[in-house]
Design a protein around this ligand. Structure first.
Ligand code: ZN
Length: 176
């Protein structure tokens, strides 16, 4: 796969007219969304977000597990000038069906020590299994809003995107 990617990169660079963009997002928005491969090349277009417009943070299930996504959101706000945060979940999210038992079996099959798996505590929590796509967006928005290092001046919106049509529904309007 690496070969294929490097070939594609060469072809891209050969045909690309370089443009210089600043690192501050034009639309002053940070988006926390899922790593789902169907959102790649889809979610930004569906939201009118172009190159240089937004900080997009992606992880499995657009969740806050530990501090890492919060760290990125804080950087987007305090270092990069973002004034709004969108949490965008999507229908048919794989993380709504994450099976910790299956994950554990696969880990063991691939040589991971069972003691190391036990050490993370509840595997479903660690992997970021979500209760349901909409419920997860509501909970994630609450977690961000209630984080002591996230200013209440920043609206945190919660949306869900139809993975087939790209249509979004606003579950939480952070301005309200
Ligand atoms: Zn997902």
């Amino acid at each position: 796969m690496l070969e294929e990617i490097l070939e594609a990169n060469k072809e891209f660079v050969d045909n690309f007219e370089p443009v210089s963009l600043g690192h501050l997002p034009e639309k002053k928005v940070a988006i926390l969304t899922c790593m789902d491969c169907r959102l790649t090349g889809f979610l930004p277009n569906a939201l009118g977000i172009g190159r240089g417009d937004a900080k997009i943070i992606r992880n499995a299930g657009n969740t806050i597990v530990g501090e890492d996504a919060i760290r990125s959101i804080a950087a987007a706000i305090y270092s990069l000038g973002c004034e709004e945060v969108l949490v965008v979940g999507h229908t048919e999210c794989g993380m709504a069906h994450a099976n910790p038992d299956a994950v554990k079996s696969k880990m063991i099959e691939m040589g991971i020590d069972e003691a190391d798996i036990e050490a993370v505590g509840d595997l479903a929590t660690w992997i970021g299994a979500i209760p349901g796509e909409e419920q997860n967006v509501l909970e994630t928005v609450e977690t961000i809003k209630n984080h002591p290092l996230i200013s209440s001046e920043i609206p945190i919106h919660g949306l869900i995107m139809d993975i087939t049509t790209g249509e979004v529904e606003v579950l939480i309007d952070g301005r309200e």
